[in-house]
Design a binder for this molecule. Structure first.
Ligand code: CTP
Length: 400
């Protein structure tokens, strides 16, 4: 229907990019992208008018439109275009173009195929750069020598495709990757763009393969200064994931930044400044908590062993964020002291408050001021140590 609507408006439409690649491999197709050789807005609005319940949103700035179906299905429409990168790693300037030109501006041959939706050429397969053959030979190949310099995010996208579809870097593409790394191309990329790609990578279901490839592509320095031995890192990450599941099982409503657990595990042994350098640029939720935890974590095991009161133990756990606690539990699965006291803190102590609040203390004659906070803290500790249970025992304890 969309192909007919577009053809009636004199603007041929094509299925393009990742969905064609996924169709060819019989993979599920999560997103469908359409390339329109003309007025995207006119096509999107005409589709919305003809297809019942389909909403259209047009983004004039990008020349793109989204068609939203009532069942949640979504189609992304973009104008066929050519891109010019004014400087390496800068965002591109774009101009309208025909489909053939649109295909060559893309990242890899496997993403530069299209299928015509025009009723007269319906189903025609456009593969001017040999994407299908590369898929069959399991090769990842860029379309032009400037691809990685124009847009270094393509290096990490490529690594993801290599992992997802078991592709090898084609020899010339490997040379271009090495050249881009020699030019320190990632230094030109904004922290937000770099972190978004790294996060996608860390979320891949085949994380072991992703970490192996990270080494093979010489990309460890993006994540940490030195490579890690993948097997032992993976064992820790798996334990981190178990701890995350444990937490969600006991606290289903708890909000947790899973990535913070992963980064804490990844950065436990690196100089603090290296983590700080990265988090200075990357917009990681909970970044400052990660840095605080990295400062404290190495001292906690010995301090836990030396702590004499339950309140002292609780204070040590309290000094860490929730991801930091889970990372520590993942690091010491064989230490009963750490595992038991960590779980006990999370299950029993974390939610406890002082039985009396500031108002109660003022009603008992304490003046407002910093000492009120000290008394509240002592009451809290006394509760953790079992010296008080409720308001009444707290009052008696205070008077004594
Ligand atoms: N593309 C590109 N360079 C980029 C990002 C995207 O050339 N840095 C092109 C590719 O042709 C890609 C298409 O835009 O196929 C759509 O991009 P996107 O939706 O991000 O990726 P997909 O290829 O659809 O892959 P995924 O399954 O990961 O969504």
């Amino acid at each position: 229907v969309i192909g007919r609507i577009a053809a009636n408006l004199g603007t041929p439409a094509y299925l393009v990019g990742g969905c064609v690649r996924d169709f060819l491999q019989n993979h599920p197709v999560p997103d469908i992208d359409l390339a329109i050789e003309g007025d995207v807005r006119a096509v999107a609005e005409a589709c919305s008018a003809e297809l019942s319940g389909v909403q259209c949103t047009y983004h004039a700035h990008f020349g793109t439109a989204i068609l939203q179906y009532p069942d949640g299905f979504q189609l992304d429409l973009a104008r066929c275009r050519i891109e010019h990168y004014p400087a390496p790693a800068a965002l591109p300037e774009v101009q309208p173009a025909a489909i053939q030109t649109d295909l060559i501006r893309r990242d890899f041959t496997i993403n530069a195929m299209a299928i015509s939706l025009d009723p007269e050429k319906f189903g025609d397969f456009l593969d001017p750069y040999g994407g299908r053959a590369d898929l069959q030979r399991r090769l990842l190949r860029v379309l032009h020598p400037h691809s990685f310099l124009d847009d270094p995010t393509r290096i990490l996208r490529g690594l993801r495709f290599a992992v997802r579809f078991q592709l090898q870097l084609e020899a010339n593409t490997r040379g271009l990757l090495e050249e881009a790394l020699t030019q320190d191309i990632f230094a030109r990329l904004s922290g937000a763009r770099l972190w978004r790609e790294l996060k996608y990578l860390l979320e891949l279901s085949d994380l072991p393969a992703a970490l192996e490839e990270l080494g093979a592509w010489q990309l460890w320095p993006l994540l940490r200064p030195t490579p890690l031995e993948v097997e032992s890192l993976l064992a820790k990450i798996r334990r981190g994931q178990q701890e995350i599941r444990w937490l969600h099982c006991h606290f289903p409503d708890e909000k947790l930044c899973d990535t913070a657990v992963l980064l804490t595990i990844l950065w436990r042994d690196i100089p603090w400044a290296e983590a700080e350098k990265r988090l200075h640029y990357w917009p990681v939720a909970d970044g400052r908590y990660i840095l605080n935890d990295l400062h404290r974590l190495s001292k906690i095991p010995a301090a836990l062993a030396a702590a004499s009161h339950p309140s002292a133990v609780a204070q040590l756990w309290e000094s860490l964020s929730l991801p930091g606690i889970l990372a520590l539990l993942a690091e010491y699965p064989e230490s009963a002291t750490i595992t038991e006291s960590g779980r006990y803190y999370l299950l029993k102590q974390r939610g406890l408050t002082s039985p009396l609040n500031g108002k109660d203390l003022q009603a008992m004659g304490l003046a407002p001021g910093p000492q009120l906070g000290t008394v509240l803290r002592r009451l809290h500790d006394a509760r953790l140590d079992g010296a008080i249970k409720d308001k009444e025992t707290a009052r008696q304890w205070l008077i004594r």
